[in-house]
Design a protein around this ligand. Structure first.
Ligand code: NDP
Length: 393
């Protein structure tokens, strides 16, 4: 029986996940169509996307960019600002919401889509890190289904098909190790942004590429996995696998281990999130293990990459700690990229933010407003700390 195409609201359409998603749509016009597009300020790309995919609604966080798109005379409705993004998510004129904005900015629109009970295909891990508990509570009430796009979580999701969740003994997230896996720790203070932006395996947005270099990305993924699979962090391990072919593994109570393998290509995870458990036929380059050479696996070096332990600890403490971790990290990564701080100051700033919280009486995590306030407060404290540090230098 022919399917009606799935109508997609793509939040983050101009980014790395966004453009990979559009390629999946382009290759499967009978299965998918774009109903809503949202991004920040890249008006030129959005105009190209409107011409090709003909959405009915476009949201741009940046008012000027929205004005540029309106003036170009496109037939679709254009809304602007942070409220515009939430409004577009609330419009409900779609079947599946793809969360591919970067950072905390993804939270509000995702909450709106979850409230409507939509299917959520989520790449924007920061949303789950800061508000996983509340988001899954909302999803239980609304009937929304949250499916991962992140390749590791997609792998785990695929390994769990047909399994009893009670039989999960351990989740093992693989990590490429980033560009500094073999660099001695003593050289870390002189790492420049351009070096950190050169990921050995994946082409991704700037923020996640820096997170991969500090291994914060893996830390965020541990917290993301806790909410997606309802498994405590104590039962999650990380294994460095530089070839990025084994995307993650699950160990079961009988000692059996399942893994999902594939070429490092985000389109696989994106389309699986859209159609699971059905698989689409693709013409992407296929995995040929005999041609791959050796697949290597190493334990992570917690001492060399402190962000991994900071994230693990924040995830175990729960409450607002992951929000503090995330906000301080977003500020620190931005500062590193603009040359204001060094690579090793990223974990230092995060550690300071977390220890401030440990000495203050941190309120319990009760609602989304608490998360928004905690995010604002941590950002301003971290910026203030960076300012003092620069004055002292
Ligand atoms: P990019 O930086 O490539 O893209 C980010 C997107 O978000 C762009 O469309 C950008 O719009 C938009 N955006 C940025 N800031 C705002 C804002 N304040 N308000 C509204 N829109 C905003 O990121 P990626 O695609 O690499 O990553 C997106 C998410 O997916 C991240 O959470 C990342 O961790 C996760 N992820 C990414 C993977 C990858 O392979 N890239 C793999 C797994 C997870 P504009 O271009 O207009 O600025």
């Amino acid at each position: 029986m022919p399917y009606a195409p799935l109508r997609i609201a793509l939040f983050g359409s101009t980014g790395s996940i966004g453009t990979n998603t559009l390629d999946v749509v382009r290759r499967n016009p009978d299965r998918f169509e774009i109903s809503v597009l949202a991004a920040n300020r890249n008006a030129a790309s959005v105009l190209d996307q409107i011409a090709e995919f003909r959405p009915t609604l476009v949201a741009l966080a940046d008012e000027e960019a929205a004005q540029t798109v309106r003036q170009a005379g496109s037939a679709c409705e254009v809304v602007a600002g942070e409220d515009g993004l939430s409004e577009a998510a609330r419009s409900g004129d779609y079947d599946v919401f793809i969360g591919a904005l970067v950072g905390f900015a993804g939270l509000r629109p995702t909450v709106e889509a979850v409230k409507l009970g939509k299917r959520i295909a989520l790449a924007n891990k920061e949303t789950l890190v800061v508000a996983g508990e509340l988001l899954f509570e909302l999803a239980r009430t609304s009937g929304s289904k949250i499916v991962p796009i992140d390749s590791e979580h997609s792998a785990i999701y695929q390994c769990l098909v047909g399994e009893d969740p009670e039989s999960i003994r351990r989740i093992i997230l693989t990590a490429s190790g980033g560009p500094f896996r073999t660099m001695p720790k003593e050289s870390f203070p002189s790492i420049a942004p351009e070096q950190a932006l050169r990921h050995p395996k994946w082409t991704m947005g700037r923020k996640i590429t820096i997170d991969s270099a500090t291994l914060m990305n893996k830390g965020l993924e541990i917290i993301e996995a806790k909410w997606l699979f309802d498994v405590p962090i104590a039962r999650m391990d990380v294994m460095v696998h530089p070839q990025s072919i084994v995307h993650s593994l699950v160990e079961f109570s009988d000692g059996s281990v399942k893994a999902q393998l594939g070429m490092p290509d985000m389109r696989l995870a994106i389309q699986y999130a859209l159609t699971a458990p059905e698989r689409l036929t693709t013409s992407y380059s296929m995995l040929d293990l005999a041609q791959m050479g050796p697949l290597e696996f190493f334990p992570p070096e917690y001492d060399k990459f402190p962000c991994l332990s900071l994230a693990r600890d924040a995830g175990e403490r729960g409450g607002l700690y992951p929000c503090i971790l995330n906000a301080a990290n977003e500020v620190a990564v931005e500062a590193f990229l603009s040359g204001r701080i060094g690579f090793t100051e990223i974990p230092e700033l995060i550690e300071c933010a977390l220890s401030d919280a440990a000495t203050a009486a941190l309120p319990p995590l009760s609602d989304l407003e608490g998360i928004y306030a905690c995010d604002r407060e941590t950002r301003s404290r971290t910026l203030e700390r960076m300012g003092k540090h620069a004055d002292a230098a």
